[in-house]
Write a new protein. Structure first.
Length: 175
């Protein structure tokens, strides 16, 4: 998805232009009284507009939060995500999932990763992460059970590759 095309703005559009284009789409497709047959189309357009807006307006912040997660600055990453509190954002849920995993809260982490794939089911990074989690679930659960029994965690657990180290593998994402 090209967020600029979805919102109908140029790549050098200002935040104000992006916000105005987004608001116009919301006004056009959120009106009551639309024929039932056009409702699914309107919902798709609104979902795409929401994702595009979130990506363009919050994309820089998400990149910063990914860096905090990669460098195990989990409390800073969590604080920034909590300030955004965009629970309907796929990227917000994806990153919050990793924050919870790093904290050892596997159940909450998997719920956020699942929600990110529900919100944006075509995102390969989210789908790959979910697939990896499913394949490695027993190993991950055992790791976190051991970690939670100790007062000091045993190094970093890269959910996608095991052990500690750089989690920005070949796909260019968190995994």
């Amino acid at each position: 998805m090209d967020p600029y095309k979805v919102l109908g703005v140029s790549e050098d559009a200002s935040n104000e232009e992006i916000k105005r284009a987004y608001k116009n789409i919301l006004n056009e497709y959120s009106r009551d009284g639309k024929p039932f047959s056009s409702r699914p189309l309107a919902e798709n357009i609104l979902n795409d507009a929401n994702m595009a807006y979130d990506l363009l307006i919050n994309g820089g912040l998400y990149k910063e939060i990914r860096s905090y997660i990669d460098n195990n600055n989990i409390s800073i990453a969590e604080s920034k995500l909590n300030l955004l509190d965009l629970q309907n954002s796929a990227e917000w849920n994806y990153l919050m999932g990793f924050v919870y995993f790093k904290k050892g809260w596997f159940d909450q982490g998997i719920q956020h990763i699942l929600k990110s794939t529900e919100i944006d089911p075509s995102n390969e990074e989210y789908l790959d992460t979910l697939d990896t989690l499913r394949k490695r679930s027993n190993e991950i659960v055992n790791y976190y059970q051991k970690t939670n029994q100790n007062t000091k965690p045993q190094g970093g657990m890269n959910l996608c590759g095991g052990g500690s180290g750089n989690s920005g593998g070949g796909s260019g994402g968190m995994c």
